[in-house]
Design a protein around this ligand. Sequence first.
Ligand SMILES: [Zn+2]
Length: 333
Amino acid sequence: MSSQAGVIVAMDWGGSWARTSVVNHAGELMWTMRVPTPQGTGSENMLRVGEEALLEAIRWCQSTPILGIGIAVAGPIDVESGIFYTPPNLLELNGISLIEAWQDKFIYPIHIGNDATLAALAEYHLGAGLCQRKVGRDVKTLLYLTISTGVGGGVIDRGNILLGAHGMAAEIGHIKIDASSSADLCNCGGRGCLEALVSGTAIARKTVNALSNFSETTILNDIDITRLSSQDVFTAYSAGDSLSERIINEVISDLARGISDLIHSFNPDLVVLGGGVTGGLSTTNLLGNLKSQISDSLMSERHKDFEIMYAQLGDSSGMIGASLMVQSSLQDI
Ligand SMILES: [Zn+2]
């Protein structure tokens, strides 16, 4: 990455928070703050709050040169025009271009990308990919999945983001796992998507549905089902609860099927799992089980030549990736 002197102002804009930071050339966050995303207040106010958050970061830099602004956003966005396309968590910004809205307000170049894709870029260069290189294992292609309330991801090939024609490649939450007409509904309007089967929301929904038909004893009966989360199910799994075991085994099997399809598509040598549900998964010992289920359905020994590990950069990965995107654009000039 670039060794140019100066810092990058980065933002990670999600449904709950707009987080901003100042990032140095090594990808370290030197300063960070967050403000609530003002959902329901209209696009004009949303843009004003985002702009103010960036200005706050710029003011913090004082006389330090700013190389550019990198923005990671939740949802599909055209990376060249900066236009949002029906972002489920930032719906008021649908059809709006952050580049058009902000390019005259700031004197710095603005670069925008999908948050999961940029998290993948950060994990490749400074997270899980770096861990692998430190133990002497080169990583050419990284597949990243973030599993939380939804499922997203990204693919990095030899250091570069696989963008697709409009910068919207690797919407991996919406690959079809269950083709039956009664498959679970997904937020995208389809059925049987990976997101509809393995996200935190899906795990909680499956569990609540299963509880209504379950006559045996389960420790999940002690939990208020209106507040039941995927973490409760992982905790019950670890305590040996049979219903939780059934649900988590089903989730692992669906996740393995999804990752197998993605490995056949992209041939990664490193698969990285991030997001809140992954945090629950890490409290179990199921990663080895997941890997062997994936390997069992792969077509060749070369496809099976991959490592799988948890993400290393936590929820800063979107901002770190946004800063790397700006650095990379400077090298292209
Ligand atoms: Zn879907």
